[in-house]
Write a protein that binds this ligand. Sequence first.
Ligand SMILES: C[S@@+](CC[C@H](N)C(=O)[O-])C[C@H]1O[C@@H](n2cnc3c(N)ncnc32)[C@H](O)[C@@H]1O
Length: 289
Amino acid sequence: MLCSDVPDIPDVVVAALRSAGCVFAEDEARLIVSTARTPAELTAMVDRRAAGLPLEHVLGWAEFCGLRIAVEPGVFVPRRRTEFLVQQAVALAREAPLVVDLCCGSGAVGAALAASLPGAELHAADIDPAAVRCARRNVGEAHVYEGDLFAPLPSALRGRVDVLAANVPYVPTEEVGLLPPEARDHEPLGALDGGGDGLDILRRVTAEAARWLTPGGVLLVETSERQAPAARQAFADGGLVPRLAVSEELYSTVVIGTKPWSQNEAQNEAENKAQNEALVTSPPPSLCN
Ligand SMILES: C[S@@+](CC[C@H](N)C(=O)[O-])C[C@H]1O[C@@H](n2cnc3c(N)ncnc32)[C@H](O)[C@@H]1O
C-alpha cells in the first residue's frame, strides 16, 4: 500500500476511543477508519466501540492466521492464542487430510487449516445458529453443520478424520464473571462456559473422538495451563495418547491426542508412561536402603 493510500485518522476518532478507555486507540482508529465506507458509518462504528462492543464486532472481521475472518455480533471472536492450535495441527497433518473443526464458532480454525493444508476436506460444526451462519461465510466450500458436538456430522466421517480441532468453551463457570466485559457482555455464554472445572465439553469430546479419528489421527484442544493435567487425563481416558504443546509467546496450551494404530500400541504407550513416571518419582536406590 502506498503511504498516500492510508486514510487520515481524524484526531476526534482517536480522542473518542481513548476517552472510552481503548488502550490502543490509534491502532483501533486506523482499523475503523479503513473499514468504514461512509462518514455516517464511521460515526456509528466509533460509537459502538466507545460503548464497549469488541473491536472485531465493530469492524465485522478479525485477523486470524493472516486471514480476514468475518465475525458477526454474538459470535465468539477468534483469539490470537488459538493460532498456536492451528500451527500444531498443520505440523501434524498428512497430505490432503480430512479435517473437522468442532465447536467452530466463526469457522476461523477450519478456515486457517484449509488455507494451510492443500487438498484438505473440511467439515465444521457448532451448536449455535449464529455461529453456523458466520462460519458458512468463512469456510468457502466446506460443509458446516448445526448441532451438538459430533451429532450433526455425517456418519460417513466415522473412523476417517485425520485432524479433529476442537476449541471448546473452557472457562470454569465461576470464572465467567471475571472475564473482561467485552467477552462477558458480548460473546455468548455458551461459547465461554465450560462447566464446573471448565472441562465438561472437553470431556464429552475426548469420550467420543476416538470413534471419529482414523488410526494415527489427532485431536487438538486448547486449555489453560492449570487445566492441562486433567485435560490430558481425559484424553487418555478416551483412548488417545496425549501430549502437551505450549507456546509462551501466545500464552497458549494445547492438548494433542493421537489415536493409536492398535490396542497394543495404546497399551505400550500407557506402560511407557507409567515407567517414565516411576523413574521420575522413585527415589534413587541408595536412598531406599
Ligand atoms: C471458545 S468458542 C471457539 C470458537 C472457534 N472455534 C474459535 O476458536 O474461534 C466455542 C464454540 O463452541 C460452541 N459450542 C458450545 N457448546 C457446544 C456444543 N455442545 N456443540 C457444538 N458447539 C458448541 C459455541 O457455540 C462456540 O462457538
